[in-house]
Write a protein that binds this ligand. Structure first.
Ligand code: FAD
Length: 482
């Protein structure tokens, strides 16, 4: 019994990777099991599947550079790992913890069987800055507000030390009687007919190296202005680390400590660094919510929202998803999402609010659309954020906060650059009309080549009418609650 098995799932890096650090001095099997069964009720979305393939290819390269090999197997993860452990006469199986209820159940079962067979099973935190159970209140539940959660988080002191990437690694031979291996390409994670992935991850290089470069670029570039301009839609004012974090190409601790180090070297960065770390804190908060509420993507955290009078309106949903609502900033965000799999946080908030509050369409439909189209589609951050926008989640936006998409556009895309980029049919419209083309004089529209209803849609709902309708719907569920 000498071989270690490192079971890799959404932790595709060598740096600050506890399972890899623990096994660095001996030959091991570095295994990714692609389990096509749905996790927590649903399969991976199409864009995330594509992103997973990129991540695996990059990991294969990183391992090869250290002298090791990535072994890929397709099949039920539990049976595959158990069969491999017994074929390899494994000493230990090591993995990064997960927080989705079905994944926890599967890992617990695997751990029990391994132990019964005399194989050590070692799980570690490689995904979060802090584990959900380190942050619960006295009643065992996560804090109800982010600020309380974050105070508790910060109150635990400095994050644990990082574990650097091993210089050398070695792969053990694949056992003769183990489950058969396959290749990343054979998993068919990338679309072919048609291949719609051309623009995905624009401006982002999947993999650990790309993650490190993005972190350095952010620290040297946008960080000083982060606290003040992270909401601006057009410039690259944020880190673009979310997909790297989602697939574990970068540890959240590494990201936080790198930015804190930058602030230690230059105290003027302190406010920006704290803001950035608190955004990573929202990620931990989302995981704490998912851990405590396995149904986060299916059930409103505030029960009265289960009675919300959502409408069935397929045409409106389609217009939203395609970026054809007639509200330029909403459409720009939705088209950025469709083409690149990414979307600015402010645009996510505006578009999500529009679906729920202007169209009164169930937040779960929007969440599912994002799940399928985002390259960073995350089992915790996506549903937690949707519930936050809906007003049904923890520390949620108040129900009466109904974004006006015109004012949001004017505030966060003041020169219209974001709209011009993603909604090119409006590119020539004067800035003062770009967020409300229906208010532009006929001559301006003509000059810009815009024919409303033909080259660009009329608004599918009137803001004031939609706002009044949403407030009435919220009032109805509140009355029911009282
Ligand atoms: C409706 C909606 C859906 C969302 N779905 C996802 C999702 O599926 N996956 C995802 O990673 N983020 C999601 N977010 C959060 C946020 O929009 C993205 O993390 C952010 O836009 C990523 O860009 P960035 O890496 O440049 O962020 P930065 O501003 O540079 O933030 C740094 C990191 O902090 C984390 N973070 C930032 N904001 C949040 C937040 N509100 N909640 C949780 N973590 C956060 C991310 O990991 C991010 O990479 C969603 C937000 C909304 C409003």
């Amino acid at each position: 019994m000498t071989v270690d098995i490192v079971w890799l799932r959404d932790d595709f890096r060598l740096d600050d990777q506890p399972s890899i650090a623990a096994t660095a001095d001996r030959p091991a099997l570095f295994v990714h099991v692609h389990d096509p069964r749905p996790q927590n009720g649903r399969p991976l979305g199409a864009a995330a599947k594509w992103r997973l393939a990129q991540s695996l290819v990059a990991l294969e390269r990183s391992l090869a550079l250290r002298g090791a090999r990535l072994d890929v197997v397709e099949g039920p993860a539990d049976r595959t790992i158990l069969a491999l452990a017994s074929a390899a006469d494994a000493r230990r199986v090591l993995w990064t913890r997960r927080y989705e209820s079905e994944a926890i159940a599967l890992d617990t079962e695997v751990k029990a069987v391994l132990k019964a067979q005399g194989v050590e099973a070692q799980s570690a935190n490689g995904r979060l800055m802090r584990e959900p159970w380190e942050l619960t209140k006295a009643d065992g539940k996560p804090s109800g507000t982010f600020s309380a959660f974050w105070r508790r988080h910060r109150g635990l002191g400095p994050l644990p030390a990082l574990q650097p990437s091993p210089e050398r690694l070695a792969s053990a031979d694949w056992p003769a009687v183990a489950p058969p291996r396959t290749t990343i390409a054979a998993l068919k994670l990338t679309p072919t007919k048609p291949d719609w992935s051309g623009e995905l991850s624009q401006g982002e290089t999947p993999g650990e190296e790309g993650a490190r470069d993005a972190l350095l670029r952010f620290a040297a570039g946008a960080l000083p202005g982060y606290a003040d301009s992270r909401d601006a839609l057009a410039p690259e004012g944020t880190s673009r680390l979310s997909a790297h974090l989602r697939f574990g190409e970068l540890s959240a601790r590494r990201a936080a400590l790198a930015i804190e180090d930058a602030a230690a070297a230059d105290p003027r960065l302190a406010r920006a660094a704290e803001k950035f770390c608190s955004e990573l804190g929202w990620r931990d908060f989302s995981y704490a919510l998912l851990y405590a509420n396995p149904d986060l993507a299916r059930r409103a955290l505030r029960p009265e929202f289960e009675r919300f009078p959502f409408r069935d309106d397929e045409a409106a949903f389609r217009a939203w998803a395609r970026g054809e609502t007639g509200y330029p900033v909403v459409d720009a965000g939705m088209r950025q999402l469709w083409r690149t799999g990414a979307m600015h946080n402010r645009a996510r908030m505006i578009a999500a609010s529009f679906l729920i509050k202007h169209l009164l369409i169930d937040w779960r439909r929007g969440e599912a659309w994002f799940w399928d189209t985002l390259v960073d589609a995350d089992p915790a951050s996506n549903p937690a954020s949707w519930q936050w926008v809906a007003g049904s989640g923890a520390d949620a936006a108040p129900y009466f906060r109904i974004f006006n998409p015109v004012l949001q556009g004017e505030k966060f895309d003041p020169d219209g650059a974001y709209v011009r980029r993603w909604v090119p049919e409006l590119a020539r419209l004067e800035t003062r009309h770009i967020h409300a083309p229906w208010r532009a004089p006929a001559a301006s529209l003509l000059n810009a080549g815009v024919a409303l209803g033909r080259t660009y849609p009329q608004p599918i709902v009137d803001h004031d009418t939609a706002r009044a309708r949403a407030l009435a719907a919220f009032a109805a569920i509140r009355q029911g609650a009282g």
